[in-house]
Design a protein around this ligand. Structure first.
Ligand SMILES: Nc1nc2c(ncn2[C@@H]2O[C@H](COP(=O)(O)OP(=O)(O)OP(=O)(O)O)[C@@H](O)[C@H]2O)c(=O)[nH]1
Length: 362
């Protein structure tokens, strides 16, 4: 694979000229987009946040106290994954007329509405519908993401049935309210498996303006390296910020995500000097694991936040020099996406007075 292949992708995706850099909305650069976690009391909002972003073990969430006020969390793990999460307590009345909605919904990228799938859902669906109607009037660009949560307590058949019922009811209510252009996304989730990480990955990907470029770079990389699947993963949260265009299989994502744990654990134990602290993750971090089913896991450091984790057939790993070379080109292209983004950010800062930076993201 040649560097020009990646250059042409960067060019095609609008990273090649100055004008195109204006495509990255200034609000998304200047103000981290907000993601709201909403839903009824005890539906699992705080647990999701703690497990995905604060490494809390799922069992430990049993002792979480009910949230009494809006909790804001700044997530800055990665240069791509930078946003704020606002955890709204279940009892808060979002429709309180004293709320300044314009202010609250300013630069909000997505509303994640959590429904406890093990509980009665009528009240939750009513609240979801009211929320969509209200929010859509103020900022129609916000993505609505519905987590059908605590799915670990349901059988496979029951999960499908619950998802179908909820999806059907929500869409019917939206049609009745003449909101035909609102298309919420639905995910079946649980903090006891990788479904919550996969769902959050998809929510966050919608907020990354560079996503099409990243996907194209990954497609080019895997097709020229005879790789089956590749994920660009945020090493701290293990959310994947992008993957190639082939379908995501949950088991493959789990394997790739577990590989990061293995690499970080081994690096922390054996890779750090005595007085050093941190993840033990740096430019030297890479790993190859051969599995007993004829597949190989391949991990390389992309930058201090991101790792590329791939799954490929052992028989295609014979030319690993080629894969290493392709990876070097891929990494360079990713660095270019970052540096152009930083340059664009600096230009925007020069152009925009501070007061105009709080624009609505859309
Ligand atoms: N079985 C199961 N239980 C879960 C899951 N997620 C959260 N829980 C449990 O649900 C209960 C409530 O979780 P919280 O995260 O406190 O719920 P919340 O929505 O933040 O609640 P409020 O702060 O009252 O609005 C806790 O006991 C969690 O352990 C899940 O995926 N599966």
């Amino acid at each position: 694979m040649e560097n020009e292949d990646y250059d042409s992708i960067l060019g095609d995706m609008g990273y090649g000229d100055d004008n195109s850099q204006q495509d990255i909305s200034s609000s998304q650069i200047e103000n981290k987009p907000k993601i709201f976690l909403m839903g009824l009391k005890r539906s699992g909002k705080s647990s999701i946040q703690k497990v995905v972003f604060h490494k809390m073990l799922p069992n430990e969430t049993l002792f979480l106290e009910s949230t009494s006020k809006v909790v804001k969390n700044d997530i800055s793990n990665s240069s791509f994954v930078q946003f704020q999460i606002w955890d709204f307590p279940g009892q808060i009345d979002f429709f309180d007329p004293t709320f300044d909605y314009d202010f609250i919904l300013n630069n909000c990228g997505a509303i994640v509405f959590v429904i406890d799938a093990q509980d009665e859902i009528t009240e939750a669906l009513q609240k979801l519908h009211q929320t969509i109607v209200k929010v859509y009037q103020i900022n129609p660009a916000i993505h609505f993401e519905v987590f059908i949560h605590k799915s670990d307590g349901l059988s496979d058949d029951h999960k499908i049935e619950r998802q179908r019922d909820i999806q059907q009811k929500v869409n019917e209510d939206l049609t009745d309210a003449s909101l035909l252009s609102v298309h919420p996304s639905f995910y079946v989730t649980s903090i006891y498996d990788h479904s919550i990480f996969e769902a959050f990955s998809k929510v966050i990907q919608k907020l990354i303006p560079q996503l099409p470029t990243l996907e194209n770079l990954l497609d080019a990389f895997i097709s020229r390296s005879r790789i089956e699947k590749a994920f660009l993963v945020d090493v701290v949260s293990k959310i994947y910020v992008a993957t190639d265009n082939s379908p995501v299989d949950m088991q493959t994502y789990e394997l790739c995500s577990d590989m990061i744990d293995v690499v970080i654990d081994v690096s922390c134990i054996y890779g750090l000097k005595e007085d050093e602290e941190g993840l033990g993750y740096d430019q030297e971090s890479h790993s190859v694991i051969k599995l007993n089913n004829g597949m190989v896991l391949y991990l390389r450091e992309v930058n201090k936040y991101l790792a590329l984790v791939c799954l490929l057939r052992e028989s295609n790993f014979d030319k690993h020099g080629l894969i290493d070379y392709n990876f070097t080109c891929f990494k360079k292209a990713i660095e270019e996406v970052f540096s152009r983004r930083t340059a664009s950010k600096k230009r925007q800062q020069k152009k925009l007075p501070t007061s105009t930076t709080t624009t609505t993201s859309n």
